[in-house]
Design a protein around this ligand. Structure first.
Ligand code: THU
Length: 133
């Protein structure tokens, strides 16, 4: 199995999902070989739930990394085929993941599909593409 998928499976083990019981893991591979993990975190006020993909990306930015550091984003869940990220996460990916990054969607058995941001969210809303100064 690809290392990135194994990392996403490890990330998934950190999920806090007592309501849906649906664990999702995300692992972002950086140019220096580091993997940043994210898992879904739910709340009894259901709408406050935060997905694995967004948690991984917000963690990455909070730790001082930048979108240019990202090589690939791996996402996994216990789905029959490769998991498909929600619309909100796709919009956040458009902002924080470079267009050239590999997006690897998988399930915990290791079935996977490699895709791109452009395929996941064509016609995306993008207001800002400059420096964050
Ligand atoms: N979830 C994710 O973490 N990522 C997705 O792309 C889809 C859904 C989470 C949110 C919630 O905790 C659970 O999966 C069921 O929707």
């Amino acid at each position: 199995m690809k290392k990135g998928i194994k990392e996403a499976i490890k990330a998934r083990q950190k999920s806090y999902s007592p309501y849906s019981k649906f664990k999702v893991g995300a692992a972002i591979e950086l140019k220096d070989g580091t993997f940043i993990h994210g898992a879904n975190i739910e709340n009894s006020s259901y709408g406050l739930t935060s997905c694995a993909e967004r948690n991984a990306l917000f963690s990455l930015i909070s730790q001082g990394y930048h979108k240019e550091d990202i090589v690939a984003l791996y996402v996994t869940g216990d789905t029959p085929g490769p998991i498909s990220p929600c619309g909100a996460c796709r919009q956040v990916m458009v902002e924080l993941v470079p267009k050239t990054a590999k997006i690897v969607l998988s399930n915990i058995k290791g079935d996977f599909e490699e895709t791109t941001l452009e395929k996941l969210l064509p016609y995306a809303f993008e207001e800002f593409e400059g420096d964050n100064d």
